[in-house]
Design a binder for this molecule. Structure first.
Ligand SMILES: NC(=O)c1ccc[n+]([C@@H]2O[C@H](COP(=O)([O-])OP(=O)(O)OC[C@H]3O[C@@H](n4cnc5c(N)ncnc54)[C@H](OP(=O)(O)O)[C@@H]3O)[C@@H](O)[C@H]2O)c1
Length: 352
């Protein structure tokens, strides 16, 4: 079977680790370099003991020299799981190095650096200068479920909260039956904040605790509003209250809206069924989604309840898989014309 070399930038982080885990089971992508600025030369198993058996004797590669070990002229799947503001630089350096070896590259980036086509939007929302604005035109951003094509050579994956919000909001907004404001709450597990503990995200703060943060001002909101409009042509305002949950993995989002026309309320559920009928990873269920039924997998569950003039849509995903590493592999599969579900069909373990 054809093999394609895969390289992971930011490979020592939570998303990077998930990419390594998922790539090990992938039928076509083969890990060629797990790149790390801080731990190059160290064994992957030192950083990730759960991956020691998958990658015995494999060492993290140096950002400046990983390309030397890649054969000339081959295909390369380049994933970046570096932080926003750093990822674009890391990707640009990797593309330059790849060009010198005539590599044929597709990139999927998990950070925010390639989610906005307008550099001004990125700089206003993230408060930093975009490191590589010229690269933006080579990227598109969407969930695979909402974009049937691949409009550019490289993809920026939406964020983890954004993934759950979009899965729930795009079909709802597409009905045109709701008022133009969606009220959204979302609970995320602690891996959503990355591997470095901070005051508000450290285990003693989050364990046995639940609290909202950044109500109505989370930076994923503009990204979600733009992508809803792109997918549906409807301008929707998202009032979002994120919350920190006392668990490591998973995101649970609840979207509520008022119906402007209750005579077609039955259409809402059928719109969801139709939107996701051919989407292998999105299950629109009859009951209530539960985190344990999706965690550690690329699957999403959606539940829809309509009562009188109110609609509620619930969506559960794994933040590290569907919201980052799995979603990135889903795009990479498509960019390389592989079946979109390649390497991603493992069921959730449920009892985590
Ligand atoms: N955690 C989630 O649930 C989630 C979901 C969706 C998207 N994301 C996005 O995915 C990316 C990774 O998230 P994460 O949670 O895995 O973060 P993380 O645990 O903090 O890991 C980030 C990794 O990036 C590397 N890095 C740091 N500075 C770098 C630089 N200047 N250049 C290149 N690499 C650098 C670090 O590895 P080295 O220092 O060893 O190189 C680090 O291991 C972020 O952009 C995040 O916003 C995260």
């Amino acid at each position: 079977m054809k093999r394609i070399d895969a390289v992971v930038l930011g490979a020592t982080g939570y998303v990077g680790g998930e990419l390594l885990r998922l790539l090990h089971a992938h039928p076509v992508f083969r890990l060629a370099a797990a790149v790390s600025g801080s731990r190059s030369g160290e064994a992957i198993g030192n950083m990730f003991p759960h991956l020691a058996a998958a990658y015995p004797r494999v060492l993290f590669a140096n950002p400046c020299s990983w390309v030397d070990d890649i054969d000339r002229g081959i295909d390369l799947a380049l994933f970046s799981a570096a932080p926003h503001g750093a990822s674009a630089d890391a990707v640009a350096s990797a593309l330059e190095a790849a060009a010198k070896r005539d590599l044929n590259v597709h990139v999927v980036d998990s950070s925010a650096d390639f989610r906005f086509s307008d550099v001004g939007d990125f700089e206003r929302i993230y408060g930093i200068k975009h490191p590589k604005p010229r690269l933006l035109k080579e990227f598109f951003c969407a969930l695979p479920e909402h974009e049937p094509n691949s409009p550019a050579a490289h993809a920026g994956h939406p964020g983890c909260f954004a993934t759950a919000m979009l899965l729930a909001s795009v079909p709802l907004s597409a009905t045109g039956l709701t008022e133009s404001t969606l009220f959204v709450t979302g609970v995320t597990g602690s891996t959503g904040s990355g591997k470095n503990p901070q005051d508000g995200t450290h285990h003693p703060e989050r364990h046995s605790n639940l609290y909202a943060y950044k109500p109505l001002s989370h930076r994923h909101v503009p990204e979600v509003e733009r992508l809803i409009e792109k997918a549906t042509t409807h301008r929707i305002a998202v009032n979002f209250v994120p919350q920190s949950g006392p668990f490591a993995r998973g995101i649970y989002v609840i979207v509520q809206a008022k119906l402007i026309d209750t005579s077609h309320a039955d259409d809402i559920r059928s719109t969801f069924d139709e939107q996701y009928a051919d989407c292998e990873f999105v299950n629109v269920i009859e009951g209530i989604p539960r985190l344990k039924d999706v965690v550690a997998s690329n699957y999403a569950q959606i539940g829809v309840v309509v009562k009188d003039d109110t609609v509620v849509v619930m969506c559960a995903i794994d933040n590290l898989v569907k919201g980052a590493a799995g979603g990135a592999i889903q795009w990479m599969n498509r960019l390389w014309s592989l079946p979109e579900s390649s390497g991603l069909l493992t069921s959730p373990p449920a009892w985590t």
